[in-house]
Design a protein around this ligand. Structure first.
Ligand code: PGA
Length: 234
């Protein structure tokens, strides 16, 4: 069983989501399917598919115009929330410490956070990939937790770029994350790979040790692209 999570980013409408849910309802799979969609679509009946948000506020409530709290997301029936996505780190100023605060709020409200870590191209070229990944996990993941969380390794330079690291690079990153999580008492936490996953590379990526599934952006928007990823593994 793998976790196949879609990240719709700022795309689609409730009608698109309803069609996707309909299309996915006929797919035979043992994998866990999650769709992380814009807030406006969260109150959609989704059957076996888990719905998630793509971010939450780092505050609980109050005078934060335009923000959405963990409690509000949980009240829609959503079960998941992506935290610390590369685009939230780049455009909304998320840092490891705000990511950790948001993840704590997600957990406190019964959501499963999908916590993203990964290196930029500059960090990769400076030979800092492993350092950034390890500090990302140690600083972004709350300690002393007993409820499930999910980690996503997303090399930031590869997102939406049609680029992927080599299998060895993915294996090294996931092994480091798994060992770091074990050291933090979080053995067995699923670790997804994300960035330019498609039907043509999904099976190979998910055969790499410590890859518990994938987080898919562009290829999760249309069922013709998403279903081959779901059915590429069992
Ligand atoms: P991509 O995005 O699959 O379009 O590269 C992945 C992500 O941002 O989660």
């Amino acid at each position: 069983m793998k976790i196949i999570a879609g990240n719709w980013k700022m795309n689609g409408t409730k009608q698109n989501l309803e069609k996707m849910i309909q299309d996915l309802s006929n797919v035979e799979t043992n994998n866990k399917i999650i769709l992380c969609v814009p807030f406006t679509m969260l109150c959609t009946e989704s059957g076996k598919i888990g719905l998630g948000a793509q971010d939450i506020s780092m505050h609980t409530h109050g005078a934060y115009t335009g923000e959405i709290s963990a409690q509000m997301v949980a009240a829609t029936g959503a079960k998941y929330v992506i935290i610390g996505h590369s685009e939230c780190r780049q455009y909304h100023g998320d840092t490891n410490s705000t990511v950790r605060a948001k993840a704590e709020l997600a957990i406190a409200n019964g959501l499963i956070p999908i916590i993203c870590v990964g290196e930029t191209m500059d960090e990769k070229q400076a030979g800092k990939t492993m350092e950034i990944i390890e500090s990302g996990v140690r600083e972004s993941v709350p300690s002393d937790i007993s409820t499930p969380i999910i980690i996503a390794y997303e090399p930031r330079w590869a997102i939406g770029a049609g680029l992927t690291p080599t299998s060895t690079e993915i294996a090294d990153a996931h092994t480091l994350i798994a060992n770091t999580l074990t050291d933090m008492g979080l053995d067995g936490t699923p670790i997804l790979y994300g960035a330019s996953v498609k039907g043509t590379n999904a099976a190979e990526i998910m055969s790499i040790p410590n890859v518990g599934g994938v987080l898919v952006g562009g290829a999760s928007l249309k069922s013709d692209d998403f279903i081959p990823i779901i059915t590429s593994v069992n």
